[in-house]
Design a protein around this ligand. Structure first.
Ligand SMILES: NC(=O)c1ccc[n+]([C@@H]2O[C@H](COP(=O)([O-])OP(=O)(O)OC[C@H]3O[C@@H](n4cnc5c(N)ncnc54)[C@H](OP(=O)(O)O)[C@@H]3O)[C@@H](O)[C@H]2O)c1
Length: 232
């Protein structure tokens, strides 16, 4: 499968390194300040585009969607609501996976919280704490926003209830998220720790493999995890 990577930061490098070790994957080009500037300048057209860049790079994806629309895996975080609506419109043409976190563990934490969101809203106050490396540009993290959105789904009457997020930036931490649920005489603490960026690269490439064969539409990592179970 021919892949183009938009963004050559820490994640772009990690993806390229992983792709180079897999015979069935080929990177046809990287979009970044020291590489190609647009997807339509690449020597070969990609079959899937992976975005690990910055919300300001969205015009690169927009041009690609106009000239040569192909399935999209979007891992970049920090997109505005308006930008997400634009991405959603592309999903009428091509399959799109958008997730603030491509790890299996965080996808499961999010799913567990969704299952209990109503009961959590009824009986618990919530806090979120996220910790990342000190080069991270967006704050709070996309994963923390995803968890907060999930927790708010249990609160139809109080959809704007405060769920504070504390963001810490420390050294080279690849990503840690803690959900603290404060009840009456009890507390639940759930922590997910990523030990390396390899974890995200693995999930991103698995997502690329699945959506290369999918119908147009918007998908999350949770959708892909269920799909994988059905196709086992
Ligand atoms: N969803 C997930 O599971 C997951 C996991 C890890 C990271 N991420 C997200 O992935 C993104 C990249 O992470 P990272 O750690 O690789 O960050 P990074 O090291 O800061 O790299 C960011 C990359 O974006 C490019 N970029 C920045 N501004 C740009 C612009 N205006 N136009 C085009 N390209 C631009 C930079 O290109 P140049 O250096 O060439 O200028 C750089 O290659 C972040 O949003 C991060 O939160 C998501």
């Amino acid at each position: 499968m021919k892949v183009a990577i938009v963004g050559y930061g820490a994640m772009g490098r990690c993806l390229l390194e992983r792709i180079s070790r897999q015979d069935q994957l080929q990177c046809v080009g990287v979009i970044g300040s020291s590489f190609y500037r647009q997807i339509d300048q690449l020597p070969q057209p990609p079959e899937v585009i992976i975005d690990v860049s910055h919300p300001d790079a969205l015009p690169v994806l927009a041009r690609a969607m106009e000239s040569h629309p192909v399935p999209l895996v979007i891992a970049t975080t920090g997109y505005s609501e308006a930008q997400k609506r634009q991405i959603q419109r592309w999903s009428h043409q091509v399959p799109v996976v958008l997730s603030g976190n491509f790890s299996i563990g965080m996808t499961l934490v999010n799913r567990m919280l969704r299952c209990c969101a109503e009961q959590i809203a009824d009986f618990f106050d919530c806090d979120l704490v996220e910790m990342h490396h000190d080069h991270k540009q967006d704050s709070p993290s996309g994963s923390a926003l995803m968890l907060r959105q999930t927790l708010r789904q249990g609160e139809e009457e109080h959809a704007d209830r405060q769920i504070p997020i504390v963001s810490l930036r420390r050294r080279d931490n690849p990503g840690e998220h803690t959900v603290i649920l404060h009840g009456d005489q009890e507390q639940i603490v759930i922590t997910h720790r990523a030990f390396s960026r390899e974890l995200f690269a693995r999930g991103i490439l698995e997502a690329a493999r699945i959506i290369a064969q999918s119908e147009p539409g918007m998908m999350t990592m949770e959708d892909l995890l269920l799909h994988r179970r059905q196709t086992l």
